[in-house]
Design a protein around this ligand. Structure first.
Ligand SMILES: [Zn+2]
Length: 454
């Protein structure tokens, strides 16, 4: 049965279409899960099964989060990990994460997705790379189905423990054969290659300092064989570069290329310390990156050269990163930080509000290798968010409501529509009972910390 939805009378519709049109008084007409028409309200059909009046709202494409570790929402602001750089921070957290359970994965994924959806995100990737006890990626996917989020589930992994010269303790790493077998199972069970897919699987060994060269190569071969994407962490900070030089006698970019980890179907998180040769090579090969400004600041990793990357044609998406190194999963807040941090590094015109929004929409879609999300135009998936403008944080900023979204206090959405379904209505997430999830999440976070004596 067909269902139609009309969004009308928006203060402005930000399309992110080929002309980057912003339509005052515009609207969007949707049939089932697909956008049929975008334009001035007067040009759209008058009636639909459901009509949402968007007066005093900015209507825009749902934001796309390209890097996260949702289980880390259980370990926000752990005292021992508040003030370290990447390797020190990880070393303090691995023993806590070793006590993670399937129930914790499921509940923390619901929590993280709730925060993302309420802050404007409609598609997210999640990089789950630690599988102690009964943990499985299936529990993340189940959570995404329940909440109704478009999901790229990355099957992460760690195989090189401390005894083999890696960073993680031996008890949290897996056998490489088992990793590949489970990754194959997940692709064959869940991956949907079709247009408007709600579930895709990504092959995602955690980082060059936690898996072997063999696994990196076998992972890229498997991904190519199934036509799925590849994701990992790369060139995050100075220690990461030193490890690559010492272990492989290569820069991270050279190592990625050597392992087959470049191309339109690959995206790397961070790349804060990617050198110029790496930037040119990523631009040339269509390799994407996930920029995570809050995490980079939190761990003092540096300022990723995003302006330079964009100028060199590198595909750049935005990521909130896990909540152990950001402590916030607010997607629109991350857009703001992306804009501000580029200015700290490269001057006041290094990134505009609209460029930051473009990275978080079109950029994210490109990084995830999709052409059906990230813009409001006919034939695109109906992933649409609405921000209400008569809030205290926007008072006095309505000369430019689109820029206000990025410059002013990050707002939550009043409406979120994902794959044609109204998931947030009047600011309330309708697919789960959020207070119950938060209470359960806090209980599990307490149990996890107590189990480790953190
Ligand atoms: Zn990460």
């Amino acid at each position: 049965m067909t269902k139609t939805l009309l969004i009308k009378n928006a203060r402005v519709v930000v399309t992110m279409d080929d002309e980057r049109r912003e339509i005052d008084g515009g609207g969007v007409y949707i049939r089932d899960n697909v956008i049929v028409q975008v334009g001035p309200t007067a040009d759209l059909p008058r009636q639909a099964d459901e009509v949402i009046d968007a007066a005093n709202h900015v209507v825009m494409p749902g934001l796309i989060n390209t890097h996260h570790h949702m289980y880390q929402s259980l370990t926000r602001v752990i005292p021992a990990a508040q003030n370290g750089e990447l390797f020190n921070w990880l070393t303090n957290l691995y023993p806590i994460w070793a006590n993670l359970t399937a129930d914790m994965v499921h509940v923390s994924t619901l929590t993280a997705m709730s925060e993302l959806i309420l802050s404007g995100c409609t598609t997210s990737s999640d990089h789950l790379y630690i599988y102690p006890n009964d943990c499985r990626l299936d529990d993340s996917i189940e959570a995404a189905r329940k909440i109704g989020m478009r999901f790229h589930a990355a099957r992460g992994s760690m195989s090189v423990g401390q005894s083999k010269g890696g960073l993680p303790p031996d008890r949290v790493v897996e056998e490489e054969g088992a990793i590949l077998k489970d990754t194959q199972r997940l692709i064959e069970t869940f991956h949907d290659a079709g247009r408007y897919a709600m579930e895709r699987i990504v092959v995602a060994p955690c980082s060059p300092f936690s898996v072997s060269r063999d696994l990196m190569k076998e992972a890229s071969a498997m991904a190519r064989n199934y036509g799925v994407s590849l994701h990992t962490h790369l060139a995050e900070n100075a220690n990461d570069i030193a490890y690559s030089r010492e272990k492989f006698n290569m820069t991270p970019a050279e190592y990625a290329e050597d392992c087959g980890w470049v191309g339109h179907d690959v995206w790397h998180a961070h790349c804060v310390q990617l050198d110029d040769e790496g930037i040119y090579m990523f631009g040339r090969t269509g390799t994407g990156i996930a920029h995570c400004p809050c995490s980079n600041m939190r761990l003092a990793s540096g300022i990723a050269p995003i302006r330079k990357m964009l100028d060199q044609g590198v595909s750049v998406g935005l990521g909130v990163d896990g909540c152990a190194s950001n402590d916030s999963g607010h997607m629109l807040g991350e857009v703001r930080q992306a804009m501000l941090l580029q200015r700290v590094g490269y001057g006041p015109d290094a990134m505009t509000a609209r460029q930051a929004l473009e990275v978080a929409t079109l950029g994210g879609a490109k990084v995830l290798n999709r052409d059906d999300i990230g813009a409001l135009k006919p034939g695109m998936a109906a992933d649409i968010v609405m921000f209400k403008l008569d809030q205290i944080g926007f008072a006095g900023a309505l000369h430019d409501p689109v820029a206000a979204l990025v410059f002013c206090t990050p707002s939550n959405v009043s409406y979120s529509i994902i794959n044609g379904k109204v998931v947030v209505r009047d600011g309330v997430l309708g697919t789960i009972d959020l207070p119950v999830v938060i209470e359960r999440h806090n209980q599990l976070a307490r149990e996890l910390a107590l189990a480790t004596g953190a």
